[in-house]
Structures are given as C-alpha cells and as structure tokens.
Design a protein around this ligand. Structure first.
Ligand code: NAD
Ligand code: TYD
Length: 366
C-alpha cells in the first residue's frame, strides 16, 4: 500500500491522475497539496473529496516546512509532483511565477523530501520522488527531424520550458548527489476532461459553443503530439511501478497534428454532435452549428506567439520497451470523449472561466 503526496492534484493532469489512481489502487492513501491558483479547481476532485483515504491540503509547494510536516504526518512514501505554472503564453507575459513555482517550488520539495526521507533519524528506504515534466524541454523540431528521445539534448525555448528544464536538472542532481530515489517523465501535450479553457483544445470547444473566434497563432502549421490525459496517468503509474531510479521516461501518443487541422477536426466533431443531439441548439443558441452554419468560419489567424516552437514529437520507445507502455486511447476515441465531456460539463467550464469557483475557494479557506 502506497501513501502518495500529489502536488498540483487539483489541476488538469493532477486531478485526472488522482481519479485514475483512486479507482485502480483503492487501498492507497492520497494527499493532494495544491495552492489553488487560477488553474487549480477543487471541483476537479469532487467525486473523491469525501473518500476516507483522500485528504486535500491547501498550500504552497514553496513552503518547505509545511511540505515536511505533510510528509511526516501522513507517512508519505511516494511524491508525485505535478504542481506548476503550465501555460506558455502566460510565461511569456509574466515569467516570475514560473521561476518561483517551477524552479523554486521543485527545489523546496526536493529539500523537504531529502530532509524527511534521507536525513532523519530513520531513513525511509522505500521512497520515490516522481517529477512530471514535459517534452518542451527538448526544444523544437523541423518537420523531418526524428522525434525526441530521452537522450535528446535539452534546448528549452520559452520561460515555461526553461523553468521545467531547470527543475528536471535539480531532480537529477538530487539523485546523483544525495541518492534521492527520483524518476522523471517527459510527456507530450495532453487533452481530456478538466483541461483549463485557455489551452488550445478546450478553448476551441468552448469558443465554438459561444460563437467566439478560434485564434490560430501564425500559420497554424505548428505540430503537437497529443495524448489523452488518462494515458499520461497510466504512463506515470508504470514508471512508479517499474521505472529505474534516476531515469527519465518519455510518454507520448505518437499522434502528431498541425494546429489548424486539429481545430478543423474539432469543429466538425461539434457540428456532428449538434446534428445528433437537437437539444444542443437550445442550450447553445449562439453556436454556428445551432443554425446549421459552418463552424470553420470562426477560424481567425492572429499574430504568432513569440519564440513559438514549430514541432514537438515524442519517441517513447524506451518507455514502451522497458515498461510495456502503450496508450490505450486512440485519437478518435479520446477527442470524441473530450468533446462529449465539455458538452456535458458546461457548469464546470463556465465557472472556471468566470472565476466564480475562486469565490468559493476564498470562502472555504479564508
Ligand atoms: P495546470 O496548470 O492545469 O495545474 C497546475 C496545478 O498546480 C494547479 O492545480 C495549481 O493550483 C497548482 N499549483 C500551481 N502553483 C502551485 C504551488 N506553488 N503550490 C501548490 N500547487 C500549485 O497544469 P497541468 O496541465 O495539469 O500540468 C501538470 C504538470 O504536468 C505540470 O508540471 C506540467 O509542466 C506538466 N505537463 C503538462 C502537459 C500538458 O499538456 N498540460 C504536458 C506535459 C507535462
Ligand atoms: P497550448 O495548448 O497552449 O500548448 P503548448 O503551447 O504547451 O503546446 O497550445 C498548443 C498549440 O496551439 C501551440 O502551438 C500554440 C497554439 N495555439 C493557438 O494557435 N491558438 C491559441 O489560442 C492557443 C491557446 C494555442
């Protein structure tokens, strides 16, 4: 039985990971530590909130003493670190929070883990610090370059990816120098339920329903390798079970899409849903699909993101061969489920977009 501390467990991937884990390993204990920034939403954990083996703690990973207290009080043996500032566009306009949370926050967690697991009176032999990172640390690829492997040199281009790269290096150093049992996974772009609607896929779905423009940065030919979020949780699970200490594992979907093509694909899917379910036109009367017009007309080319990486692609051969990893969801099934989830969970995305859940948080934690 494991006792997990999941940082950032109220965010997109962290919450999906908690749902995945609690369903699969029902005897395990999970503590979520989350600062509930604009991207963290306690409602993402609604179904697990009242389970006996689940605890939510509101707090900041930069508070080392607080993290140490959690590790000791809950006898944590496995730390899965998702907490981060995660949006590239925000990192361009305001890098400070990325340096603070992604670099200093990870450093604070490493110090706390070392102190409690390695430097105390009793060494906790069976411990694991798993760091969740991104393929963006490897930089950008041309259309013909081979996909990123774990041996690709780090070449981060945005303040976001640079802050993640720095944290990856700190994690590696804590293993090499102090013997902390670490693993790191570098994953490609995720999509699925609870994805904050500032990111491309949920932004497109929700904008279509509100009849708002679908902004395409630059020429829209940038390529991302999309993975259904539950397959990321599954990959982390395999790394936690059988990953070698001190190693990095790439997790990806082998599913490259140009941005413009994915936007057109989603537009078609939403249109088809309106044909299948006539009630949608009543719920979303502004949507072009409600009046049988072509949704593609919302596509609007806008100024490119500064320093925009052209292509990401993951080669997950090592994770496939060593851990038997293979995504379970195809893009067809994953994107259909995702569109369906946003259609069925309007209250969730409306509340995260208008910030009303932040008022709820303020009430709970004032
Ligand atoms: P997210 O922005 O949706 O969630 C981040 C969570 O961290 C939020 O709940 C937020 O409240 C919390 N948080 C932020 N600062 C904190 C702090 N100082 N203390 C405690 N909690 C804090 O992010 P996400 O998309 O779920 O990404 C999770 C992790 O996965 C990140 O480390 C990210 O770099 C990595 N990742 C993301 C993707 C992707 O496609 N989204 C792909 C690969 C890797
Ligand atoms: P995003 O979801 O922000 O993820 P990341 O930048 O980490 O890959 O963006 C995915 C791609 O979509 C990226 O190439 C930027 C592009 N994009 C747009 O063209 N328009 C948008 O409104 C957004 C949010 C992203």
């Amino acid at each position: 039985m494991k006792k997990l501390l999941v940082t950032g467990g109220a965010g997109f991937i962290g919450a999906n990971f908690v749902h995945y884990w609690m369903e699969k390993y029902q005897a395990d204990k999970i503590v979520v530590l989350d600062a509930l920034t604009y991207a963290g939403n306690i409602a993402n954990l609604d179904n697990v909130k009242y389970e006996g083996n689940f605890t939510f703690v509101h707090g900041d990973i930069c508070d080392q003493a607080f993290v140490e207290k959690i590790l000791v009080e809950h006898k944590i043996d496995t730390l899965v670190h998702f907490a981060a500032e995660s949006h590239v566009d925000r990192s361009i306009t305001g890098p400070d929070a990325f340096i603070e949370t992604n670099i200093m926050g990870t450093y604070s967690l490493l110090k706390a883990a070392k102190k409690v697991w390695l430097d105390g009176d009793t060494v906790v032999e069976e411990h694991r610090f798993h760091h969740v990172s991104t393929d963006e640390v490897y930089g950008t690829l041309s259309p013909t370059d081979p996909a990123f492997t774990e041996d690709t040199a780090y070449a981060p281009n945005s303040p976001y990816s640079a802050s993640k790269a720095a944290s990856d290096h700190l994690v590696r150093a804590y293993h090499h120098t102090y013997g902390l049992n670490v693993t790191t996974s570098n994953c490609s772009n995720n999509y699925g339920p609870f994805h904050f609607p500032e990111k491309l896929i949920p932004l497109v779905i929700t904008n279509i329903l509100h009849d708002k423009a679908l902004p395409i940065y630059g020429d829209g030919q940038q390529i991302r390798d999309w993975l259904y979020v539950e397959d990321h949780a599954y990959g982390i699970d395999l790394v936690l079970q059988n990953g070698r200490i001190g190693e990095n594992y790439n997790i990806g979907g082998n599913n490259e899409w140009a941005n413009i093509d994915i936007v057109k694909r989603i537009s078609k899917l939403v249109e088809q849903e309106f044909v299948k379910n006539t009630g949608l036109a009543t719920r979303f009367p502004l949507a072009k699909a409600a009046i049988e017009q072509n949704t593609d007309s919302l596509i609007t080319y806008v100024k490119d993101r500064p320093g925009h990486d052209r292509r990401y692609a993951i080669d997950a051969t090592k994770t496939n061969n060593e851990l038997g990893y293979m995504p379970k969801e195809s893009f067809d099934t994953g994107i259909a489920k995702t569109v369906q989830w946003y259609l069925n969970n309007e209250a969730w995305w409306q509340s995260v977009m208008d910030g009303s859940y932040q008022n709820w948080i303020a009430e709970q934690y004032s």
